[in-house]
Design a protein around this ligand. Sequence first.
Ligand code: THG
Length: 366
Amino acid sequence: MALIAPSRRIRRTPFSDGVEAAGVKGYTVYNHMLLPTVFHSVTEDYRHLKSQVQIWDVSCERQVELRGPDAARLMQILTPRDLRAMLPGQCFYVPIVDETGGMLNDPVAVKLADDRYWISIADSDLLLWVKGIANGYRLDVLIDEPDVSPLAIQGPLADELAARVFGDAIRDVKFFRYGIFSFAGRDIVIARSGYSKQGGFEIYLPDSDLGMPMWNALMEAGRDLDVRAGCPNIIERIEGGLLSYGNDMTRENTPHECGLGRFCSTETAIGCIGRDALLRVAKEGPVRQVRPLSISGDLPPCDRLWRVMAEGEKVGHVSSAAWSPDFETNVAIGMVRMTHWKPGTRLEVETPDGMRDATVEAKFWN
Ligand code: THG
């Protein structure tokens, strides 16, 4: 593929200088911002992520900040997940849907205070939807994109590295909780979360000027741990069943089709947009759903939907696929019709390079 032209619309990040110095080999664009995709090779990055520790520039997980007396009310209007029990210090994975129950985003919500939230968004312009809703409902809340850039520490040695830089107390932070830690005299939100199944933290860097000092501090502290620059890894995320908005789900899908029904309490999420539509799908159940698929043979990169066939009929599609060295098969994320979603069902996948045999798996590879 040809190079993509750099310009202001493809935003750099507070860590871009470090990412470049580390020899980044490929990028994607996410929320109009650079997101690294490969440093050494995707397979070598995968091996290293699963055995050591990496620093990820995930600044592109932009924050939509809600601030003011109606912040909590707006948050509950935005999601069918019941937020009544959410306390400051907690993070919630929250599906966001439109009035038809179609997925608009699948962010992590961070509750900073009763009147202050960050919505750490996936790749869609959620800020515009949130501003529109707040204005339409005449809510008393300020909404903007603050200068906050997530930097993830991911991998089995993440606790050791984080403890060296932020102190041993970081070991006690529980999954999807955050603590406030000091760096360069600033208070910084650090959560135990991240877009891998290897464990780790996400630092919500509150000021771009701290970007390179933070990056360098982590790299230096982890020298003997073989810390490296890394990024979300397609093999590891498919193995782990982590969905990618825009790839594995779009506005065409309900949360239930995405396997995110467990994050919806549509009965009790009173006032949320899409509630009526979701009450129907929650009752009936989806007629197609995300499934792990293993696929045989060589595969090209999955840069478009691949039809999933059974006896010459389309019964679904594949949206992400990659060779897994650990499981010695192609691992894939598909959307499969109810009639063919039982584990063990044999299917065919129509790739640009030809038909491939596939099997519905019982669970993702973790
Ligand atoms: N971290 C933060 N922001 C993000 C992401 C992130 N914004 C974009 C994108 N990733 C949003 N999508 C996801 C998808 C999955 C998860 C988090 C964000 C995730 N899921 C866990 C799982 O499926 O095992 C656990 C969810 C739970 O149990 O609550 O972590 O990664 N800041």
